[in-house]
Design a protein around this ligand. Structure first.
Ligand code: F6R
Length: 608
């Protein structure tokens, strides 16, 4: 999704803006641009393509000036092109704007502004914003931005500069993320914290409809009525290195290898042997928990796949009925929500538009909302009733890996927490699961050591056009995640099937050498799975299997396999996903794909 940055201070704005934008590249983009106030004129430079195009142009012909705004665009309205790139300005370039979000009523506004004599040059929704601000401008930029944004429907985080007030940058958000960085005599706006971390760790997390006026002398927060807002400063504690590659070739590979630590950190302080489970931002009483007649787990993409595991975990451990839903479907299917409903939303970024909308609708209908998120201060974390923070650290690669395993860990912890409140498990059972859970970081570490055989598999299978993933029970949930990972970064067409469904249709796809990755880790389903594997091999399919250490049967029916450290069936997804992530990574690398920034994808999907 689009990323915005802004700078006001004493240094050259253009290099700080480009550096900030480089930290937002992970969000996905197709063009980049900046606008800098230079000798009381606004100079705009913007290009389709990588940020490097902009950086090269600025190296050849610098823009001087100490105040400016920047943008990486992920096209929604209008193809990627120089003219559709941001910043957008009014016709005589007195005002420039960067915008993340979607203006839903832009056609109406554009027609209206055209009737007032305004001219438009791009196909974007954003271009109405500088023109609207221009329409309302009577010498006070704040006033004009308030009036203009009151006419906008949809979502926005914007930064605005005006050549008639050349010391000022104004920003505001509604349903799109925006933070303010507080340096010494220099101030920043950005869509996400990594963009400002080289300069400051002191941040304001803006709420919807909070306006901020930045000059090099300070930052003023105001409501739309112009009243001053006092806000607590959020101090970022994680290290800037956490958002760097740290010697790995790609963020994705680094993040895959960070999984033992990510899970360990997420368990730390919550799970310990012979101690009660303590959760900081979650406070259910036994009565409240017993009052829920239904839990909905709602999320998108990988977070949804974590939810599919979460359903089994909570039902098995806490004996509460759970439904799991894709957020973009749930919103429109009129689900039955009452004050007896608990909705668990799962979102790494905490900003996914559909997930956020489910949270808000659910709240209106009286449900209690528990969020599992990785980002402190994200919209989801601020609006939920209870929050479980996964401690994965910043996830930069578009394809989610370490966030997924920490989301799984969150569900195991919540399942145990609910079970102990409801007394659905005895102490011995809880302690056994806790003890297994505490060994998982080491088992993930060992699974990561299997990379040689996975690399070998990748180099002989990277040119397949299609691949299939099979599993039963929790293996099916992990197969879905493996299939998503492979398709999103290698562009190979993949599907995951519940193995028992094979003969109801998908088996028609199997022919000689069709590549099939199977998971055979659920001991209680092993015999059934072996029969399904035989159905595939009989028809010529080439089978690669993920199996538990100690298994002796799989080798007889599969063409190739990898052994993973054994744990209890319920916890296996935490380990079995590792080879699937590595296979996807190595296949994508073999094909020469940009694994960190796959085509057409954005890290944080802040539009519907
Ligand atoms: C896939 C992936 C996406 C996200 C999805 C939800 O690798 O990363 O499918 O899981 O866009 O994002 P969050 O968790 O930020 O709500």
């Amino acid at each position: 999704m689009c990323g915005i940055v802004g700078y006001v201070g004493n240094r050259q704005a253009s290099s700080i803006l480009v550096e900030g934008l480089s930290k937002l590249e992970y969000r996905g983009y197709d063009s980049a641009g900046i606008a800098v106030l230079n000798n009381n004129e606004i100079e705009v430079r913007k290009f389709k393509g990588r940020l490097q195009n902009l950086a090269n142009s600025l190296n050849e012909k610098p823009i001087n000036g100490n105040i400016g705004i920047g943008h990486t665009r992920w096209a929604t309205h209008g193809e990627p092109s120089d003219v559709n790139s941001h910043p957008h300005s009014n016709a005589n370039v007195t005002l420039s704007v960067v915008h993340n979000g979607i203006i839903e009523n832009y056609i109406k506004l554009r027609e209206w502004l055209t009737s007032k004599g305004y001219t438009f040059f791009s196909e974007t929704d954003t271009e109405v914003i500088p023109n609207l601000i221009d329409f309302y401008y009577e010498g006070d930029l704040f006033d004009a931005v308030v009036k203009a944004t009151s006419k906008l429907e949809g979502s926005f985080a914007i930064g605005v500069v005006n050549k008639n007030e050349p010391d000022k940058l104004i920003a505001v958000r509604k349903d799109s993320p925006l933070i303010v960085g507080l340096g010494n005599d220099e101030f920043f706006i950005a869509s996400d914290i990594p963009a400002v971390l080289n300069y400051t760790r002191n941040i304001y997390l803006l709420e919807d409809k909070e306006f901020v006026i930045l000059t090099k002398d300070g930052v003023e927060l105001r409501t739309e009525e112009g009243e001053k807002i006092e806000k607590e400063i959020y101090h970022v504690t994680w290290n800037v290195d956490a958002a760097e590659k740290g010697g790995y070739e790609d963020f994705m590979l680094k993040e895959i290898h960070e999984q033992p630590k990510a899970v360990k950190d997420t368990l730390l302080g919550k799970i310990a042997l012979n101690k009660e489970i303590t959760l900081d931002n979650i406070t259910f009483t036994k009565e409240e928990l017993e009052n829920f007649d239904k839990i909905y787990i709602v999320a998108c993409g990988t977070a949804y796949h974590a939810g599919v595991v979460g359903k089994t975990v909570i039902e098995k451990l806490a004996k509460i009925p759970v439904e799991v839903d894709i957020a973009s479907e749930f919103r429109y299917r009129d689900p039955m929500i009452t004050d007896k409903t608990l909705i668990i939303v799962v979102s790494q970024s905490g900003e996914t538009a559909d997930t956020l909308a489910v949270l808000r609708d659910g709240k209106k209908q009286g449900a209690r909302i528990l969020a599992i998120t990785n980002v402190v201060g994200s919209s989801v974390s601020r609006e939920a009733d209870d929050v479980f923070y996964t401690l994965a650290g910043p996830e930069i690669a578009v394809a989610s890996t370490k966030a997924y395993v920490t989301q799984l860990a969150a569900f195991y912890i919540l399942g145990l927490y609910f079970a102990s409140l409801k007394n659905t498990l005895c102490i011995e059972e809880i302690e056994t699961i806790k003890s297994e859970l505490l060994q998982i970081p080491d088992k993930i570490e060992r699974a990561l050591n299997m990379k040689d055989s996975l690399q070998k598999f990748a180099s002989s299978h990277y040119n397949h056009k299609d691949m299939y993933f099979l599993g039963r029970g929790l293996d099916y949930a992990v197969a879905m995640e493996g299939s998503l990972k492979l398709k999103e970064i290698s562009y190979i067409h993949c599907d995951a099937y519940a193995a028992g469904e094979l003969k109801h249709g998908p088996i028609a796809l199997i022919e000689k050498d069709t590549a099939v990755i199977t998971l055979l880790t659920q001991e209680y389903l092993k015999d059934k799975m072996i029969s399904n594997v035989r159905e595939v091999s009989t028809r010529g399919g080439n089978i690669f299997a993920v199996v538990n250490e100690g298994d002796t049967i799989a080798r007889e029916v599969c063409d190739d396999l990898v052994y993973i450290p054994k744990t209890i069936d319920l916890l296996t997804p935490l380990v079995s996903v590792i080879p699937l992530q590595l296979i996807s990574y190595y296949i994508a690398k073999q094909k020469g794909c940009d694994v960190d920034k796959p085509r057409n994808l954005a890290k944080s999907v802040t539009v519907e």
